[in-house]
Design a binder for this molecule. Structure first.
Ligand SMILES: CC(C)(COP(=O)(O)OP(=O)(O)OC[C@H]1O[C@@H](n2cnc3c(N)ncnc32)[C@H](O)[C@@H]1OP(=O)(O)O)[C@@H](O)C(=O)NCCC(=O)NCCS
Length: 170
């Protein structure tokens, strides 16, 4: 008769570390990858670099274990900021990372005593509209035929919705 020994091991769970960083031009390739996943008219490399280097912009990434999974760019003025772009890697969507990044931006804006965020979103982008409504944004106006639907059909346009979030800076 042989006796087997059963050794019970605990499953190895790798800790997840989430970090936020200012975007740098070195992050451009990671951003392009996410842009291409999510946009029909993705920003070009030059647009991305210009956005990052513009001193009035606030540009942040969110990373998991040092790998960028999302980014956000906003343009700040005296008492308001405009979200120019927010995008999360498709594999990481609907897991709360967009929310974390938005909250991180709001914290940074509060530090600058900016208490208002504005953005424009395509009427067809219901996921983004749901995301913004969930975070307290309200629709404030409509821009008729504001967006090109596809660069191959420049005459086909769709409406843009302007949304606003006001928050206390304290
Ligand atoms: C919009 C976007 C940034 C949201 O980021 P995300 O990390 O996926 O969103 P979160 O997990 O933080 O979701 C927060 C809430 O938004 C809403 N939401 C997000 N994705 C949704 C989806 N696919 N369907 C419906 N509601 C959704 C939900 O209310 C969600 O809360 P819940 O999960 O508790 O129900 C992401 O979908 C994205 O990158 N989209 C493509 C790029 C884009 O359209 N950017 C906006 C340009 S204006």
């Amino acid at each position: 008769m042989s006796w087997g020994i059963i050794i019970k091991t605990k499953p190895i769970i790798k800790p997840i570390s989430i970090s936020y960083n200012k975007l740098s031009p070195n992050d451009t390739d990671s951003i392009i990858l996410i842009e291409n996943q999510n946009s029909h008219n993705p920003w070009s490399k030059n647009q991305i670099i210009e956005g990052i280097l513009n001193p009035t912009n606030l540009c942040y990434s969110i990373s998991i274990n040092n790998q960028i999974v999302g980014f956000l760019m906003a343009m700040s003025a005296i008492d308001t900021a405009d979200i120019l772009n927010i995008s999360i890697n498709k594999d990481y969507q609907r897991k709360g990372y967009g929310k974390k990044l938005l909250h991180y931006l709001i914290k940074k804006l509060k530090d600058r005593t900016i208490g208002q965020l504005i953005l424009e979103v395509r009427k067809s982008n219901q996921v983004a509209i749901t995301f913004y409504l969930k975070h307290g944004f309200e629709e404030i106006s409509l821009r008729k035929n504001y967006y090109m639907i596809n660069s191959k059909h420049p005459n086909q346009k769709e409406d843009g919705i302007i949304m606003r979030l006001k928050f206390s800076t304290k």
